[in-house]
Design a protein around this ligand. Sequence first.
Ligand code: GLN
Length: 446
Amino acid sequence: MTATTGDTAGDRSGWAGHPRGLSTLFFTEMWERFSYYGMRALLILYMTAPITANGLGFDTARAASIYGWYTFGVYAAAIPGGWVADRFLGQYRSVFWGGVIIALGHFSLAIAALPFFYLGLALIVAGTGLLKPNVSTMVGSLYQQNDARRDAGFSIFYMGINIGAGVAPLVVGTLGQRVDWHVGFAAAGVGMVLGLIQYVLGKKRLQPALTRLDQAARAGEAGRVGVAEPPGFTAKEWKRIGAIGVFFVAAILFWGAFEQAGSSLNLFADRMTRLTVLGWSFPSTWFQSLNSAFLIALAPVFAWLWVSLGQREPTSPVKFTLGLLFVGLGFLLLVPAASMAQQGVLVSPLWLTGVYLLHTIGELCLSPVGLSVVTKLAPGRIVGLMMGVWFLATAFGNKLGGWVAGFFDTLPLPMLFGAVAATTIASALVLLALVRPVKKLMGGVH
Ligand code: GLN
């Protein structure tokens, strides 16, 4: 325990003048995302692989449905997970036990028997619900309310997410596809264990943040509201909640397209794409790394772009419009690729590379903005709840994406991808028309 009140406002002893605890949380989330995305890269391929290839032999529709429910569950569990931390376990222990449960989930998947498969999925859902929202809350609590470093801290944290997510398919995917599915799942579990070890070793660095969370909880301002609190919103607050509602719907549509990375795009890579470059062959799961690689390369470019645009920086509703547009353009690019694949040729890996580039541009327009606009628009006493609502948009988006992927074998692919493109691009146009009214609802927030 530190002798002070736990004030880290002045702590600049960590990376780039940030509080020391940031690196601990960075590596915790990096390893958690390593396990999540590594396993996800294999999931639908394992489910649809024939039993003779040691897969589960599910048809694509069934596999996509399980994929949709699982990825829905992982994000929806953030709501009870945040609540459990606030009410019972506290943030530190929630993240710890969440990580333990996640690791057990991956090790359960490493056992080649169907009941252990379902048990593993359920454990990962529960564990991620405990870990993911609370590790983010802890990042926030490294800084005092008005600390200008907070946004930059979250950007560094988002890099950790993508380093984990980017490396995972190369390790877990390769082991799973080239050695044995279950070795891949075990490797995901090992990653989570490494994350847990450094989390426990780094506890001291988190102490000031934990003290601050503790004080906030005792003062009843932990940022999450109990159901007992009367809403009693003012007209202005209702308008802002209305604006969040519009962003919520747009986010569901965006993630519904984007999160097909692990399902329909993964299947497209595996079945319809040429997996060789200059005569050298690579596993199909490697495509899962492209989003993170592009994100790491482009995040600084976007940060620079928004700043350099100054007054002309697009407002949040415009950035959401761009997000939907780019994810739609990605699917539009898949239409000619899918038509060629229909002729029975394996298409060039450049097609999916282009798709992931467009999707990452969309993500950079929408995802960071979504998080911050929710915190800015939500009335202070329900900001925790509204954060949960933001994760819920990802959950619904994943479910929607799983539903779409369920048609992979039954609809002509150019039609399926074309429908996703048409829906997202049309929604972008609708949102563009709504920019002015939404700005009015936001009442001065950008
Ligand atoms: N890629 C980010 C993460 O894993 C965001 C995912 C999402 O919100 N859909 O945290």
